[in-house]
Ligand binder design. Structure first.
Ligand code: NAG
Ligand code: NAG
Ligand code: NAG
Ligand code: NAG
Ligand code: NAG
Ligand code: NAG
Ligand code: NAG
Ligand code: NAG
Length: 833
C-alpha cells in the first residue's frame, strides 16, 4: 500500500523527473497486482458471509429486510468486482509490456495508468473490507405492505354488503372472491374498505397487496406493481428479467407467507401462475379479492364466492346526494331541497352519477339554476333524438366515459352493434328477448341470414347473456325480457350518435302524444334508424324523405295511425325492418312492395283485410307477422314470398284451411309457423307433412270434430276450444328412421276449454316440459292422467307434470283426480280450481 503513495505525489513538471518518477512507481506493478488479487479474494469471502447472513435473517421473517447500509455495501462490492474483472482481463497485456519495453515512453504511459487503477482499487477494497463487519444486517421492513387507503368520506349503502363480504372472507371455504357490478356502482370503494379492514387486523407475518389492474394491463405490469409493494423492485435488474423469471422471484417470496391480494377492476382472467402468485387455498388461507364489471370474469377466475354490488335504493341515493351537495347549498331555499330530490332521482341509484352531479350542483345556489339543470336533464333522458345527452354541462360526459369502458370490453364488433341496437328503445323499457333477436337476425348480416334460424337464435341468446353478464342489460320477468339501466342507455345512445367511427344517426320519439307529424330532421340521408312509437301520429304523408341509409323503422303502437301515404316509402332503399304493429292501418300502400330489401315486416294487431299487394316482390322477406289481425280474410298467395322463414298468423281472423296448408307445404324455407284452424282435414294434412308439422310453434284449434293430434317437437303452445273429442297419437318408433320416439318436448302451455267429450289427458305424459295447464268447461273430464292408459302407453316411469308452474282447473264438474297417486309439484306457483 505504501508503494502507491509514491505514485500519487509525482507532480513535477520537468519531463525527465516526471519520467523517472513514473518509472519508479511502476516498478511495483507486479507486487501491487498480487496484493489486489489477494484482497479481492478476501472481500468476496466477506461478501458471501454477509449475503448469507442477510438471506437467512430475511427469510426468517418478512417483517425484516436488509438494511440500507448493507444494500449500499453490497452494491459497492458488486461495482468493485466488475472493475476488478476488467482490470484482470488486461493483466497479461500490461505485465507483458512492463517486462518487454520497460522504458519506451508510449508504453510507459499506458503502464502507468494501469498501475494507477490498481492502486486506486486496492484502496477501495481495503475500505470496503473495513466497513464490511456488520453487527446488524436486517431491520424492520421499511415499506410495509400494510397500507391503509384513503376513503371517500361519503360512502353510502355499503354497510350490509361489506359485512357480508367480510364474513364470507373469514371462512376457510373462500379463497377467491369476486365483486361484480356495473361501472360506477362503487366496487372500488368497497374493495378499499376491505383493504382497510385487512390492514387494521394485520398480524406481523402477512402481506397485503393492492393492484389496480384496469383494462389492457399486461402480466408484466402486474408483476412490476406487486414487486414494488413487496420491495423486490429495487433490484436494478428487475426490468431486464423475463415474465417467468419475475414469476419465480415473486413466487419464492410469497410462497410461505399468508397474503391478501386485492385486484381492482379486472377485465379478463388474471393468470396467477403466470404472475407468480401462489393459488389461495384452504390450507394456505390466503385470499384473493377482485372487482370486475363482468360476471363472466368471476367464472373464469374460479371464484369460491361472488357478490353483486348493486345500485343504491332511493333513500340511500338521496342520502349520498345530500352529502355531496352539502347543507350549505341545500339549506338556502326550501325549493332547492325539493328540486334536489328530483335531480337525485334522475341518477337512478348510480353512485357515480350522484357523485359527479352532486359535486357540480353544490355550486348552484339559486332556485333558477336548479330549475335549469332539471330542464336540461329531463330533456336529455327523454327520447328526443340525437346527441343532447352529452350537452348538459359536461356532467354526463364524465359519467358516460366511465360507463363506456364496459362497452369497450365487449367481445366483438357484432356484440357491440347488438348492444347499440337495444338502446334504440326508450330507456328502462322491457325488451322481449325473442323480439330483439329477430331484429338482430334481420338487421345484421352475420346473425342468421345464412344460418338456420335455430342456430341464429342460439347465437342471439349468447349475445344477450354476454350483455347481461357484463352488467349492461339485466334480466326481468323470469328471464323473458331484458332492461337497460338509464345511464347505460344514455351511454349507448351517446356512442351510437356521437362518438367513435360508428356515426349513425337515430331519430327517436317515444311516448310523445304531442307528435302529430314527422319530426323535423335536417338531413334525412344520415338517419339509419327511426323509432316513432306510441305517439300522436295519425297520418304519414307530405313528401318522401330521402332516407337513403335508413335500415330500421319502428312505427308500432301508434294507435291513431290510420294512413300512410304511398310515397312515404319511396326513398328507403335500405330498409330491412319495418314494424307497423298495433296501429289502425286498414291497408298498407302498394309502394311497400318496392322495399325489396325488407326482411322483417310486422303487421300484427292492425286492421288490414288482405295481404299487402305485391308482397311476393319482397324477395328478401324472411319474417312476416300477421297475428291478431282481426279482419284479415285470407293469406292466399303467401307461398309466393320466396324466402319466408317465419310466418305468424295466430289469433288472426284467417283460419287455416286445406288450401292454406297446401301453400305452406310448398314453402321450403319455412321454419316457424303460428296458426289457428278449425278444419280437421287441414290439420291432418298439416301434421302429415313432417317438416311443416315440426315448424308449428303455436297452434289453436277451434270447433274441430274428430280431432287427432300427433306429437311434434316444435310445438310450444297449444290451445283447443270447443272441440268435442280429442285424440292424441304418439308415434313409437320401433323401426322408423328417427332415433327418438316423438313427444311434445317443447310444449310449455296447454289451454283446453269447452271440450265436452274429453275424459282424460293422459297424453300429457309426453309433455315433460309443461309449465302452464289451463282446463276449463269440460263436462266429462274425470282425471288428467289415467292409470290404465298410461300403462298401455308404457309410460309409467317418472312422475308427470313436474315442471308445472301454473294450473287452472275451472268448470270441471266431473274431475276426480289429476293422477292415481299424489304428485309433488315442486315448481307450482299458482293454482286455480
Ligand atoms: C384497450 O385496447 C383496445 C384495443 O387495443 C383499445 O381499443 C381500447 O381503447 C384500450 N382500452 C384502454 C382503456 O386503453
Ligand atoms: C313489433 O312491435 C310490437 C309492439 O311493440 C311487438 O309486440 C312485436 O314483437 C314487434 N315485432 C317484432 C318482430 O319484434
Ligand atoms: C350468405 O349467402 C349469400 C349467397 O348465398 C352470400 O352471398 C353471402 O355472402 C352470405 N352471407 C354471409 C354473411 O355468409
Ligand atoms: C338521396 O340521397 C342520396 C345520398 O345523398 C343521393 O345519392 C340520392 O340522389 C338522393 N335521392 C333523392 C331522390 O334525392
Ligand atoms: C325442441 O326441443 C328439442 C329438444 O328436445 C330441441 O332440439 C329443439 O330445438 C326444440 N325446438 C324448438 C323450436 O324449440
Ligand atoms: C265455445 O262454446 C261456448 C259454449 O258453448 C260458447 O259460449 C263459445 O262462444 C264458444 N267459443 C267459440 C270460440 O266458438
Ligand atoms: C320408443 O318406445 C318404445 C315403446 O313404445 C320403446 O320400446 C323404445 O325403446 C322407445 N325408443 C326410444 C328411443 O326411446
Ligand atoms: C324438455 O324435456 C326433455 C326431456 O325431459 C329435455 O331433454 C329437454 O331439454 C327439455 N327441453 C326444454 C326446452 O326444456
Amino acid at each position: 500500500m505504501g508503494d502507491c503513495i509514491s505514485a500519487s505525489i509525482c507532480v513535477v513538471n520537468i519531463f525527465s523527473k516526471w519520467l523517472f518518477a513514473r518509472w519508479s512507481s511502476i516498478q511495483n506493478l507486479p507486487e501491487n497486482l498480487a496484493s489486489l488479487e489477494k484482497a479481492m479474494e478476501e472481500l468476496k469471502a466477506k461478501r458471501d458471509d454477509v449475503r448469507q447472513k442477510v438471506e437467512i435473517e430475511e427469510q426468517g421473517s418478512d417483517r425484516l429486510q436488509r438494511t440500507n447500509e448493507v444494500k449500499l455495501w453490497l452494491k459497492r462490492v458488486r461495482k468493485v468486482e466488475k472493475e476488478f474483472k476488467d482490470l484482470s482481463s488486461k493483466k497479461s497485456v500490461e505485465l507483458g509490456r512492463f517486462i518487454l519495453c520497460g522504458l519506451c515512453s508510449k508504453n510507459l504511459i499506458s503502464s502507468y495508468q494501469y498501475e494507477e487503477s490498481v492502486c486506486k482499487m486496492l484502496k477501495e477494497v481495503a475500505h470496503l473490507m473495513s466497513k464490511g463487519s456488520f453487527k446488524v444486517v436486517v431491520g424492520p421492513t421499511t415499506t410495509s405492505t400494510w397500507v391503509e387507503r384513503p376513503l371517500d368520506p361519503n360512502i353510502v349503502g355499503q354497510e350490509k354488503l361489506l359485512a357480508a363480504v367480510w364474513q364470507k372472507l373469514n371462512t376457510d371455504e373462500v379463497g377467491i372472491m369476486g365483486l361484480y357490478g356495473m361501472g360506477g356502482v362503487g366496487k372500488t370503494v368497497l374493495l378499499e374498505q376491505i383493504n382497510n379492514k385487512f390492514s387494521s387486523s394485520k398480524s406481523s407475518n402477512e402481506l397485503l397487496v393492492w393492484v389496480s389492474v384496469s383494462m389492457n394491463i399486461t402480466v408484466d405490469k402486474i408483476q412490476d406493481e406487486i414487486s414494488k409493494i413487496l420491495g423486490l423492485y429495487e433490484e436494478e435488474k428487475w426490468k431486464q428479467k423475463t415474465v417467468s423469471e419475475k414469476a419465480i422471484i415473486i413466487y419464492n417470496f410469497m410462497k410461505n407467507k399468508k397474503f391478501f391480494l386485492l385486484l381492482d377492476d379486472i377485465w379478463e382472467k388474471v393468470d396467477l401462475k403466470k404472475i407468480g402468485v401462489p393459488h389461495p387455498t384452504r390450507e394456505n388461507r390466503c385470499k384473493l379479492v377482485f372487482t370486475t364489471r363482468s360476471r363472466i370474469v368471476c367464472g373464469s377466475m374460479g371464484v369460491d364466492h361472488q357478490f353483486e354490488v348493486k345500485l343504491l335504493l332511493e333513500d340511500e341515493a338521496w342520502d349520498l346526494f345530500q352529502k355531496k351537495v352539502g347543507e350549505a347549498t341545500l339549506g338556502r331555499h326550501v325549493d332547492i331541497r325539493r328540486l334536489a330530490k328530483e335531480v337525485a332521482k334522475t341518477c337512478h341509484g348510480l353512485p357515480l352519477a350522484l357523485n359527479v352531479i352532486g359535486e357540480t350542483m353544490a355550486s348552484k345556489t339559486t332556485v333558477r339554476e336548479w330549475k335549469q339543470a332539471i330542464g336540461d336533464m329531463s330533456s336529455s333522458s327523454s327520447s328526443s333524438s340525437s346527441s343532447s345527452a352529452i350537452e348538459i354541462a359536461g356532467m354526463d360526459e364524465n359519467i358516460l366515459k366511465v360507463l363506456k369502458y364496459s362497452y369497450d370490453g365487449l367481445s366483438g364488433k357484432y356484440v357491440k352493434a347488438c348492444f347499440r341496437y337495444c338502446a334504440l328503445f326508450p330507456a328502462a323499457s322491457a325488451l322481449k328477448k325473442v323480439d330483439l333477436i329477430d331484429y338482430w337476425i334481420c338487421e345484421a348480416n352475420n346473425l342468421g341470414v345464412n344460418q338456420s334460424r335455430q342456430s341464429a337464435i342460439g347465437q342471439g341468446y349468447r349475445i344477450i347473456n354476454e350483455l347481461v353478464r357484463s352488467c349492461l342489460l339485466r334480466n326481468v320477468d323470469s328471464g323473458q325480457y331484458v332492461k337497460m339501466h338509464t345511464w347505460v342507455h344514455k351511454m349507448a345512445s351517446w356512442i351510437a350518435t356521437a362518438s367513435g367511427s360508428n356515426k349513425e344517426k337515430r331519430v327517436v320519439h317515444a311516448n310523445d302524444a304531442e307528435l302529430h307529424q314527422l319530426p323535423k330532421v335536417n338531413d334525412w340521408t344520415r338517419v339509419c334508424r327511426m323509432l316513432l312509437m306510441n305517439t300522436g301520429l295519425a297520418k304519414l304523408s307530405g313528401g318522401s324523405p330521402n332516407c337513403s341509409r335508413l335500415t330500421t323503422l319502428f312505427l308500432q303502437n301508434n294507435r291513431n295511425l290510420v294512413h300512410i301515404a304511398g310515397d312515404f316509402f319511396k326513398n328507403m332503399p335500405k330498409l330491412v325492418v319495418l314494424n307497423l304493429s298495433s296501429t289502425k292501418l286498414e291497408k298498407v300502400p302498394k309502394q311497400l312492395s318496392d322495399l325489396i330489401t325488407l326482411r322483417l315486416l310486422d303487421l300484427s294487431s292492425t286492421m288490414i283485410e288482405n295481404l299487402p299487394d305485391g308482397l311476393e316482390k319482397l324477395e328478401k322477406l324472411i319474417h312476416l307477422n300477421l297475428e291478431r289481425t282481426s279482419r284479415l280474410k285470407s293469406v292466399v298467395g303467401i307461398s309466393r314470398v320466396p324466402l319466408l322463414r317465419v310466418l305468424r298468423l295466430r289469433s288472426s281472423k284467417c283460419l287455416a284451411d286445406l288450401n292454406t296448408v297446401n301453400e305452406l307445404k310448398s314453402m321450403e324455407h319455412l321454419e316457424v309457423v303460428t296458426i289457428d284452424t278449425s278444419s280437421t282435414t287441414a290439420l291432418e294434412e298439416l301434421l302429415r307433412h313432417h317438416k311443416l308439422a315440426n315448424s308449428v310453434q303455436r297452434l289453436t284449434i277451434v270447433e274441430a270434430n274428430n280431432l287427432v293430434l300427433s306429437a311434434t317437437d316444435g310445438l310450444i303452445d297449444l290451445t283447443i276450444r270447443n272441440c268435442s273429442t280429442l285424440e292424441v297419437e304418439i308415434q313409437r318408433s320401433s323401426s322408423s328412421r328417427s332415433l327418438r320416439n316423438s313427444s311434445f318436448d317443447n310444449l310449455s302451455t296447454v289451454c283446453i276449454s269447452g271440450c265436452d267429450g274429453l275424459k282424460e289427458l293422459t297424453w300429457l305424459l309426453f309433455a315433460p316440459n309443461l309449465t302452464v295447464l289451463e282446463l276449463r268447461g269440460s263436462n266429462k273430464l274425470e282425471e288428467i292422467i289415467n292409470k290404465e292408459k298410461a300403462a298401455a302407453q308404457q309410460m309409467q316411469g317418472d312422475a308427470p307434470l313436474q315442471k308445472l308452474e301454473k294450473l287452472d282447473l275451472s268448470d270441471l264438474p266431473m274431475l276426480k283426480r289429476i293422477h292415481w297417486s299424489a304428485l309433488p309439484f315442486p315448481c307450482l306457483r299458482s293454482i286455480k280450481c
